[in-house]
Design a binder for this molecule. Structure first.
Ligand SMILES: Cc1cc2nc3c(=O)[nH]c(=O)nc-3n(C[C@H](O)[C@H](O)[C@H](O)COP(=O)(O)OP(=O)(O)OC[C@H]3O[C@@H](n4cnc5c(N)ncnc54)[C@H](O)[C@@H]3O)c2cc1C
Length: 383
C-alpha cells in the first residue's frame, strides 16, 4: 500500500483528536502532519478557572511539539492558502502536499463587528484575556460586573452563564455581598438553539443566585476608557468591570476555498463531515451544520472532538481498512460550573426532529467532579 500523507490544519480540540486518533488507527504507517500557528494546544473549557486564578496557563495548555512521540510531525506555521483542487496547502514557511486534509481551524473573533471592540477589550474568552482580568476581579469589593455577549454566533453558549455563576460564588465566598453580576445578550432567552425550556431552566438558576439577565441587548459600541457600553435599544451601562464575549467569524483564508456555505462557514455533510472535495474533511467551529429547527449546531468543543473521531475513523478505513466507518449523530453534553463544588450538566441530541432535545440537570457535586476529571483525562488521553 502506497504511503499517504494526511494533513490536519489546526491543533485545537478537533485537530488534536483527529491527529491522535488517526495515528492510533494507522499504527506507525502513513505520514501525519499537524499544522498550527500557535505552538500550544489550549483547553478553553478551563479558562473560567484561569479567570479566578484557579489554573495556571501551563496547566491548561500543552506544547504541540510533544506529539512527536506519536510520530506526528508538528509544523508551527500560519496556513495562508488552500489549493484544494491541487491537494496543496501553503503556510508562511512551506508548501504541504496531502492525500487527505482535515480542516479544523476554528472560528476567529470578529472584533471589527462592534465599534470599540478590539483584542485589548477585557474578555475571558482567551487565556491571555482571562489572566489579564484576574487582578480586576480580585480587587473588586463592591460594584457591578457585566458579562456582555456581543454577537452571534459565539463559542460555547453556556460559558458566559457559567462565568456568572462562578463569579457569584467567588465573591459570596469572600463575603463580598455587594457585588451585582449582570449578563447582557442579543438573544431573547439563553441558549436559544437548545429551545425555550432550556433557557428558562437556566434563567431559574440565575434568578435564584441573584444574577440579572438582560435579553434583546445588542451592543452598539464600547467606550473602553470610560467603561461605557451602549446598546442598540438605547440602554447605556457603566459597570465597574466588564468582560465581552466577542462575535465570531470564519477564518478569512477559507473565503476563497470554494467549500463554504452562503454564511461563510465550511459546508460539510453533517454525518461524515466531508466537504465537496472527497478527500477534504472539516470539523469543529469552522463548520456550519443546519439543524431541524432552522438554527445551527452550536460551536462547542464536544462536537469538534466527536466529529474529529468520526473523520479519523473514516479516513483510516478508506486508507487501510482499519477500524470501522463512523457517523456523527449530533449528540453532545457539557458541564455548567455553578460554584460551591457543584456543576450543572447539559445533555442532548441536536439532530433530533423537529428540534434538538436538550436537558439541563441541576447543579450537583457529581458533575463538578466529572468536569475536573474530564480536564485531567483530556491531557492524559491526548498528550
Ligand atoms: C471560555 C470558553 C469556554 C469553553 N467551554 C467549553 C466547554 O465547556 N465545552 C465545550 O464543548 N466547548 C467549550 N468551549 C468551546 C470550544 O473551546 C471550541 O468549540 C473548540 O475549541 C472548537 O474546536 P476547534 O478544533 O474547531 O477549534 P479550536 O480549538 O479553536 O482550534 C483551532 C486551531 O486552529 C489554529 N489556527 C487558526 N487559524 C490558523 C491558521 N491560519 N494557520 C494555522 N493555525 C491556525 C488555532 O491556533 C487553533 O489552535 C469553550 C470556549 C471558550 C472560549
Amino acid at each position: 500500500m502506497a504511503e499517504k500523507t494526511i494533513a490536519v490544519l489546526g491543533g485545537g480540540i478537533g485537530g488534536l483528536v483527529a491527529t491522535r486518533q488517526l495515528r492510533t488507527l494507522l499504527g506507525r504507517k502513513h505520514k501525519i502532519i499537524l499544522v498550527d500557528k500557535s505552538s500550544y494546544h489550549h483547553f478553553p473549557a478551563s479558562y473560567i478557572w484561569a479567570l479566578l486564578d484557579w489554573r495556571k496557563p501551563d496547566e491548561i495548555r500543552k506544547p504541540l511539539s510533544s506529539l512527536k512521540r506519536y510520530n506526528i510531525r508538528f509544523h508551527n506555521g500560519l496556513v495562508h492558502t488552500l489549493h484544494l483542487n491541487q491537494n496543496v496547502i501553503q503556510t508562511n514557511k512551506e508548501i504541504i502536499w496531502y492525500d487527505y486534509l482535515v480542516i479544523a481551524l476554528g472560528a476567529e473573533p470578529a472584533y471589527h463587528q462592534v465599534p470599540g471592540l478590539s483584542m485589548a477589550t477585557p474578555t475571558f474568552y482567551t487565556l491571555e484575556g482571562a489572566i489579564h482580568l484576574q487582578s480586576k476581579i480580585k480587587g473588586l469589593v463592591n460594584g457591578k460586573i457585566a458579562i456582555i455577549i456581543s454577537g452571534l454566533p459565539y463559542k460555547c453558549p453556556p460559558a458566559p452563564y457559567e462565568a456568572a455563576l462562578l463569579l457569584d460564588y467567588y465573591y459570596k465566598n469572600l463575603g463580598r455581598k455587594n457585588i451585582q453580576i449582570e449578563i447582557y445578550s442579543p438573544e431573547e432567552t439563553p441558549l436559544s438553539t437548545a429551545g425555550k425550556g432550556m433557557g428558562e431552566a437556566l434563567l431559574e438558576i440565575l434568578k435564584r443566585r441573584g444574577i440579572s439577565f438582560f435579553p434583546n441587548h445588542t451592543i452598539s459600541d464600547i467606550q473602553g476608557g470610560r467603561n461605557e457600553i451602549r446598546f442598540e435599544n438605547g440602554n447605556i451601562i457603566t459597570p465597574d468591570i466588564y468582560t465581552v464575549v466577542p462575535p465570531y467569524q470564519p477564518p478569512p483564508i477559507i473565503r476563497e476555498s470554494g467549500i463554504t456555505a452562503p454564511n461563510g462557514w465550511v459546508a460539510v455533510d453533517p454525518v461524515t463531515l466531508r466537504t465537496k472535495y472527497p478527500n477534504v474533511f472539516s470539523v469543529g467551529d469552522i463548520t456550519t451544520i443546519p439543524l431541524a429547527n432552522g438554527l445551527l449546531l452550536p460551536k462547542a468543543g464536544v462536537f469538534a472532538a466527536r466529529e474529529a473521531d468520526v473523520v479519523a475513523n473514516n479516513i483510516a478505513f478508506e486508507i487501510a481498512s482499519c477500524g470501522s466507518p463512523k457517523s456523527f449523530d449530533g449528540h453532545g453534553y457539557c458541564f455548567l460550573e455553578a460554584g460551591n463544588g457543584t456543576a450543572g450538566y447539559i445533555k442532548g441530541n441536536f439532530f433530533d426532529r423537529p428540534a434538538p432535545t436538550v436537558s439541563l440537570h441541576k447543579p450537583r457535586m457529581l458533575y463538578h467532579w466529572r468536569k475536573l476529571l474530564y480536564e485531567k483525562y483530556w491531557f492524559f488521553r491526548w498528550f
